[in-house]
Design a protein around this ligand. Structure first.
Ligand SMILES: [Zn+2]
Ligand SMILES: [Zn+2]
Length: 178
């Protein structure tokens, strides 16, 4: 029988999972935005501020995940990321069902069970921006390994990320210079 570890790594390496993560992450971003705009009619300026804050928080998460989870974290995260280092063009992604499991229950718990509507709206706007950052990062990282675009900023990020692949102790940020 397949171990849970082997099962998760097999999903992580499937191309359908790779594209499904985009569908799920965009879906979650829309869900969280709709929570604020449609469900609670939060003022658009407030939603925009939360969204931008969430997207900015993403750049920090990106660094922390990459450095402390994928390179120094638990064995399965390291094993999965190691596969990306070995074969940067492969279609490898965290299984698609992780993000809804991690993000929807806490936000809904605050909303429904505790009835703290302001807090649920706050987290929804923030998570929406965070997912926008995650989606941008995922696709940018995909492009860095698949396409050679001519823009100076792009080439800079690409050479920086190639350096990370050659020297894994450097350049943990993908959309940032850290
Ligand atoms: Zn890479
Ligand atoms: Zn790495």
């Amino acid at each position: 029988m397949m171990t849970p570890r082997a099962w998760i790594l097999r999903i992580a390496e499937s191309k359908s999972n790779y594209w499904m993560t985009y569908v799920m992450d965009v879906g979650l971003m829309v869900f969280f935005l709709a929570w604020d705009v449609v469900h609670f009619s939060v003022a658009l300026t407030s939603v925009a501020v939360l969204f931008v804050t969430g997207a900015a928080t993403w750049t920090l998460s990106e660094y922390l995940f990459h450095r402390w989870l994928y390179h120094l974290g638990f064995e399965m995260a390291r094993a999965g990321h190691e596969k990306h280092h070995q074969n940067p063009k492969s279609y490898l992604a965290v299984p698609w069902f992780f993000s809804p499991i991690l993000f929807v229950p806490p936000q809904q718990l605050i909303a429904g069970w505790f009835g703290v509507h302001g807090a649920s709206a706050f987290f929804a706007g923030w998570f929406a921006g965070w997912f926008a950052g995650l989606i941008t990062y995922s696709y940018l990282h995909h492009c860095l390994h698949h396409y050679n675009l001519k823009f100076a900023w792009y080439r800079h990020l690409q050479s920086q990320h190639r350096l990370h692949h050659a020297f894994p102790e450097t350049n943990y940020g993908v959309t940032t210079r850290y």
